[in-house]
Design a binder for this molecule. Structure first.
Ligand SMILES: Cc1cc2nc3c(=O)[nH]c(=O)nc-3n(C[C@H](O)[C@H](O)[C@H](O)COP(=O)(O)O)c2cc1C
Length: 165
């Protein structure tokens, strides 16, 4: 039998903020219009078949457009892309204004200066409480050959390897 424990959302968020991660921007082409959102919940899921996953809030305005597009790109952000991340973490804005990007094979925008691009076909969507659990099948991928630092997120702050961002 389950025991119901009342966990306040703020407390849950505060404790979970101790889990450090990289950040990605998930992008798609919605009838030719570029859309996207910043995500920390990205992870690799399966090698064979090649699958990745991320979780998206049901309140996201971009997610229904990404879902309808049926394909998307995961852009792994570098340390210099903090401002880009902040743009993609805001709902509704014209997130691509002034940004440099080019369409990948799926049509999804590949952001310039990202450390890696992983293009996917939407494989499955599962219930995850107030989020949805998205599974993508990898159809193309590339990473920068340059040694470059990732953008990190830890305790609600942007960080770099070895210090503050
Ligand atoms: C570092 C960071 C990580 C985030 N991770 C996620 C995430 O994993 N899933 C999610 O739904 N939103 C995440 N967000 C919040 C979305 O980026 C934010 O709600 C955004 O406004 C959504 O835009 P949209 O409404 O256009 O979809 C994150 C934000 C930041 C700053």
């Amino acid at each position: 039998m389950h025991t119901s424990v009342d966990i306040a959302p703020d407390r849950f968020r505060q404790v979970m903020s101790h889990f450090c991660s990289g950040i990605v921007v998930v992008t798609a082409s919605s009838d030719g219009v570029p859309v996207g959102l910043a995500c920390q919940s990205f992870a690799s899921l399966s090698l064979d078949p090649p699958l990745i996953t991320f979780n998206v809030a049901r309140t996201s305005r971009s997610w229904p457009l990404v879902r309808a597009a049926g394909g998307f790109a995961v852009n792994i952000l570098g340390a210099a892309q903090r401002a880009t991340c902040q743009v993609f973490a805001v709902s509704g804005a014209d997130k691509f204004a002034g940004l440099s990007w080019q369409p990948g094979g799926t049509g999804a925008p590949l952001l310039a200066d990202a450390l890696a691009h992983i293009e996917c076909r939407l494989e499955a969507v599962y219930d995850g409480g107030d989020h949805e659990i998205v599974v993508g099948r990898v159809v193309a991928l590339q990473a920068t050959a340059e040694p470059a630092e990732p953008l990190l997120y830890y305790r609600r702050e942007y960080r770099r390897l070895g210090g503050h961002g």
